[in-house]
Design a protein around this ligand. Structure first.
Ligand code: NAP
Ligand code: G3H
Length: 483
């Protein structure tokens, strides 16, 4: 499966049921964001190999779809078991490849096994329905409609770097349970972890050819995959720019997009400060802010702004900074380019007279947690997603102004509202344009069976276990015309 030349592993791709080297003869070096060294190489798969993988997936899918749900579930449950058995090894891969703390990497593996098992159970408990024709006006209709869910065919699953196991499995598991074949394109930075996850699925005995893992740069094979006639549905998680590009390329193919965000924490003047501070800290800075659902701006009522800023400053200065191997909260960002980008947002804000509360220190791609106060609308950091540990504070004079600022953003993934008056919190929540609003808590995707969606530039369609099963299948209606 993997060859070890001079202690550097070159991983094979998993194509049409076989682990093999790409005929391109080309491999891609994977750099660790904190070791600053190549940790392995993955195959650069060719268009021809994509064709063969899709063909094999269609062939295997027919038989797979004829299995009962519980038979499919057996394979998936075994996959979950394999992931748990190899938790340490997979988590080490995640840590090395994307620089996530070891404890969090382990949590990601366990969360994924739970998600797979829940997906099996959810699919087993999704029932069809029957409808009587005489329910509609206009005379007796002696018809009985039977509505079932059937697979779409072959699903293309494209995942981002920051949850290389969990966000991939949250597409693959429902796609398989719904009876589809899968082509999995992992983020290049994240492919070694993706390979380990698929090795576990292979060990679970998944029928050969049903799923292929096509490693390669999105910029090279991405469009080819997305435009391929053999793809029947695309489930994508990643940046809004890539998502927008995909939606132009994939004409008339069902598409679910989970994209970027600029989640606001709205802090009302009656907020419980202990709750707000704890949630904002955790929401904004875990994994250096490299979460789509990270709190990426604070809209605080000016009456309590000084108190909030002082308390956040004290907490930011306590954050652990350094290596994911030590479970530091603040770790090096995924690339030097990402760090340059975050730095440019800080520089722009400071040039435009934001107040630096703490931070603005950098060692290569390690950006120290940075708190900026008195951020105003003319600053890029007020609107742009940094995907890094920088938190802008925008002071507002009322709930209405907070809502106005929240909704001026092009994004609408999640938002948090902090108030001790539940009616007031609900009133604000109702006005915010976002897929999910959290009251008195941090923005986050889980629990994974909740619907997860973004509006505006944050996405299209809905994920979450039940909704993914729905989006990866279609209804088939059989009508019995009765005498
Ligand atoms: P990205 O650059 O958009 O990449 C996401 C995936 O798309 C990768 O697998 C990438 O492959 C692939 N890709 C790139 N160009 C493509 C093309 N032309 N056709 C098909 N696929 C293509 O995002 P990222 O940097 O990995 O992740 C960070 C972003 O994702 C942030 O904006 C974050 O908010 C967002 N995100 C959103 C959610 C959510 O659920 N809403 C969750 C996590 C992350 P390569 O790696 O080979 O380029
Ligand atoms: O990065 C995007 C993920 O969907 C966020 O998941 O809220 O569990 O960290 P999370």
């Amino acid at each position: 499966m993997a060859s070890n030349v001079s202690e550097l592993t070159t991983y094979d791709a998993y194509l049409a049921g076989e682990w093999k080297k790409s005929s391109s003869g080309e491999t891609i070096a994977i750099q660790s964001p904190y070791l600053h060294d190549t940790i392995g190489r993955v195959q650069a798969v060719t268009q021809d190999e994509v064709d063969q993988a899709i063909k094999a997936a269609h062939k295997a899918q027919k038989e797979w779809a004829s299995l009962s749900l519980s038979e499919r579930g057996v394979f998936l449950n075994r996959w979950a078991d394999e992931l748990v058995k190899n938790e340490q090894d997979i988590a080490r891969s995640v840590m090395k490849e994307v620089g996530k703390g070891f404890k969090d990497s382990r949590k990601e593996v366990v969360r994924t096994a739970d998600l797979i098992r829940y997906t099996v159970q959810e699919a087993l408990h999704m029932h069809g329905e029957s409808l009587r024709g005489d329910g509609f006006p206009g005379g007796p209709q002696k018809k009985l409609g039977i509505v079932e869910r059937v697979p779409l065919g072959v699903v293309l699953a494209i995942s981002p770097f920051n949850y290389p196991i969990n966000l991939a499995a949250s597409k693959i598991a429902p796609a398989l349970m719904a009876g589809n074949g899968v082509i999995f394109k992992p983020a290049t930075q994240g492919s070694i972890s993706g390979i380990k996850m698929i090795e576990a699925l292979d060990r679970a005995g998944l029928p050969k050819g049903l799923l292929s893992l096509t490693t390669g740069r999105g910029s090279v094979i991405g469009d080819y995959l997305v435009e391929h006639k053999g793809i029947d549905m695309i489930s994508f998680t990643g940046g809004s720019k890539t998502g927008r590009h995909l939606s132009k390329q994939s004409v008339m193919i069902p598409l679910v997009l989970e994209l970027g965000g600029k989640d606001p924490a709205i802090v009302c003047d009656d907020a419980d400060m202990d709750v707000a501070v704890k949630s904002i800290m955790n929401g904004a800075f875990s994994y250096s802010g490299q979460r789509c659902t990270a709190i990426k701006r604070v809209l605080v009522n000016e009456k309590v702004a000084d108190e909030l800023v002082n308390r956040l400053k004290a907490e930011v200065e306590k954050l652990t900074i350094g290596s994911p191997e030590d479970d530091s909260t603040i770790v090096p960002l995924i690339s030097d380019k990402s760090a340059d980008f975050v730095q440019s947002l800080i520089d722009d804000a400071l040039t435009k007279k934001a107040t630096l509360v703490t931070g603005n220190k950098r060692e290569r791609n390690l950006i120290y947690p940075t708190l900026l106060d008195h951020v105003t609308e003319d600053m890029d950091v007020a609107w742009i997603e940094p995907f890094g540990p920088v938190l802008p504070i925008i002071r507002v004079s009322s709930d209405e102004q907070a809502v106005e600022m929240a909704n001026k953003s092009e994004y609408g993934l999640q938002a948090s509202v902090f108030s001790q008056d539940i009616d007031r919190a609900l009133e604000v929540a109702k006005e915010v344009e976002a897929g999910t609003v959290q009251i008195n808590g941090r923005t986050e995707r889980g629990p994974d069976h909740f619907p997860f969606l973004g509006v505006k530039a944050s996405g299209m369609g809905v994920q979450g276990i039940h909704n993914s099963l729905v989006s990866m299948s279609r209804q088939r209606v059989t009508v019995m015309n009765l005498k």
